[in-house]
Design a protein around this ligand. Structure first.
Ligand SMILES: NC(=O)C1=CN([C@@H]2O[C@H](COP(=O)(O)OP(=O)(O)OC[C@H]3O[C@@H](n4cnc5c(N)ncnc54)[C@H](OP(=O)(O)O)[C@@H]3O)[C@@H](O)[C@H]2O)C=CC1
Ligand SMILES: CC(C)CCC[C@@H](C)[C@H]1CC=C2C3=C(CC[C@@]21C)[C@@]1(C)CC[C@H](O)C[C@@H]1CC3
Length: 418
């Protein structure tokens, strides 16, 4: 029997049944999207135009490429970092150390890919391999999650996550048992959350852009916008890599199938859906509309970055002149909550900015199909659910002070709406 922690945490995601359903539903959705994007009707709802056989999914070349990609990102992770940051305090009062070299990994990957292309690497061939690559990424996620589940069997109880240790193997496999599984300095969750998937996403986008140039003479304006916006998003995440150390994924959630699959398969193969759609369904986009979409993305990014930076600055040093004048509520833990500035507008201004950007990423694909709006729909559901989980944790942490914050800032994500 697997070791469990003292009092059991309430089950999330619909318990074992919900976890079992998601184990099948998430990969199925990813393959549905990949197939729909390349089909003529590009239907989000309804059956795919065709079902691929095993020969379309399994390719030893894709497996080799995928393993080389993971190996390259792991090697870049191990390179000397400009900084080594400390994570949040753990149950045993220790703090883990993390290399801050994600942006460096992005730049070095770009240089290596550039060098490879000048030596004849056919990046435009990558879009043809998306199905088998997604297949091996999914297989890897299953095998890796099994390894993580077994590894947790021998982990000390203090290393286990608050959820994910219910004793039900399916639920625990899905949610993840160990909080920060590591081998020496190599932190699996931190590595997966920011490197192979996020950098893979922009690489796939770029390959789709190159393929479009091959097919039609030059990439379309719509393809440039999607590539530019998403590169900005990924570059920003890696530039502010340290901020990930305070997210619930790192501090609260175990590392199991949900995050492993989400990080290494779901992100690169579904977040690149707009660029996949554009390759097979070219859209003409005029300059005035493109300018409006750029403005929407800029507004979203301004709110997203402003809110995230304000909180990070405040958490690092509340007397920093950029945040010292903001109004706060004291809590029993000694930490304070911001009630003015971005965090006085709604309780999750960063989610609002992120959602506005998600809209800007879909608009270049026109309004003829629902498919490119999948990300916006999925992301709204993810953030509403995530916000509810975060609220529960904050209420537990801050009690009355959190209730006072909710009274003073009544809206969660969208002012006057939600
Ligand atoms: N593209 C994608 O797929 C995803 C993107 N994201 C993005 O990642 C970023 C990080 O999101 P996430 O980790 O969910 O959460 P947040 O960065 O919003 O962090 C929530 C935490 O912030 C602190 N906090 C909340 N309110 C206040 C306040 N008023 N004053 C000070 N601190 C406060 C609390 O922690 P404490 O008090 O302990 O500091 C709370 O637990 C977001 O921008 C989000 O949009 C997230 C998920 C998926
Ligand atoms: C497959 C499931 C439905 C859910 C998987 C969720 C993961 C894809 C996301 C969980 C939290 C994430 C974060 C990011 C990417 C997506 C995942 C891994 C960011 C790295 C995106 C860039 C932001 O600047 C920071 C985000 C932190 C959380």
């Amino acid at each position: 029997m697997a070791p469990t922690q003292g009092p059991r945490a309430p089950l999330e995601f619909g318990g074992p049944l919900g976890a079992a359903a998601l184990l099948l539903l998430l990969p199925a959705t990813m393959f549905h999207l990949l197939l729909a994007a390349r089909s003529g009707p590009a239907r989000l709802l309804g059956p795919p135009a065709y079902l691929p056989g095993l020969e379309a999914l399994w390719s030893p070349r894709a497996l080799l490429l995928w393993l080389a990609w993971l190996g390259l990102q792991a090697a870049l992770y191990l390179l000397p970092a400009r900084k080594v940051a400390e994570g949040q305090e753990l149950k045993d009062e220790s703090r883990l150390r993390y290399p801050i070299n994600g942006f460096q990994a992005l730049v070095l990957t770009a240089l290596l890919v550039g060098l490879g292309m000048s030596a004849g690497l056919p990046l435009g061939a990558l879009p043809e391999m998306l199905l088998p690559l997604a297949f091996v990424a999914t297989l890897t996620a299953f095998i890796f999650s099994l390894f993580l589940y077994m590894k947790a069997q021998v982990a000390p109880v203090s290393a286990l996550a608050p959820g994910g240790n219910s004793g039900n193997p399916i639920y625990d496999f899905f949610l993840g048992r160990e909080l920060n599984p590591r081998i020496c300095f190599f932190d699996f969750k931190y590595f997966c959350e920011l490197r192979p998937g996020l950098i893979g996403w922009v690489l796939i986008n770029m390959a789709l852009l190159m393929k479009e140039a091959e097919l039609r003479g030059s990439p379309s304006l719509a393809m440039w916008l999607v590539n530019g916006f998403q590169l900005l998003y990924v570059g920003d995440a890696l530039w502010h890599e340290e901020a990930i150390l305070t997210t619930m994924d790192i501090t609260h959630d175990g590392f199991g199938f949900m995050l492993a699959f989400g990080d290494i398969a779901w992100v690169p193969f579904t977040y690149s859906l707009q660029a996949q759609f554009l390759l097979h369904h070219p859209q003409s986009l005029g300059l005035p509309m493109a300018s409006v979409i750029c403005l929407i993305n800029a507004i979203g990014y301004y709110i997203f970055r402003g809110a995230n930076s304000q909180k990070n600055t405040f958490r690092k040093n509340p007397s920093d002149p950029r945040v010292a004048g903001l109004e706060t509520i004291s809590t029993a833990t000694g930490r304070k909550l911001l009630v003015s500035g971005w965090w006085g507008m709604v309780r999750h201004p960063n989610y609002l900015g992120d959602l506005i950007m998600a809209l800007a990423w879909s608009l270049p694909c026109g309004v003829s199909h629902l498919l490119p709006y999948f990300y916006l729909l999925y992301f709204t559901a993810l953030l509403v659910h995530r916000e509810a989980r975060d609220e529960r944790q904050c209420l537990q942490k801050y009690g009355l002070a959190w209730q006072e914050y909710c009274r003073r800032v009544p809206y969660r994500i969208m002012p006057y709406i939600y």
